[in-house]
Design a binder for this molecule. Structure first.
Ligand SMILES: [Zn+2]
Length: 58
């Protein structure tokens, strides 16, 4: 059962979504994406606790 996280849910207007079988991998993906695509959001990267709430199961 894969997990999904939407960049939009972190507070930016961005259509990117990430899907992975691992929630740890997802956290990694979204942090890397924020570094690359939204460097101004760097200080607002979701904490692991917050990210857990943003992650949905599909
Ligand atoms: Zn994004």
């Amino acid at each position: 059962m894969p997990f999904i996280i939407s960049c939009r849910d972190t507070g930016v207007n961005c259509p990117a979504t990430f899907v992975s079988d691992s929630d740890i991998q997802l956290l990694d993906d979204i942090h890397r994406h924020i570094d690359e695509a939204h460097p101004e959001q760097k200080d607002k990267k979701p904490s692991p606790e917050k990210a857990q709430k943003l992650i949905k199961k599909v």
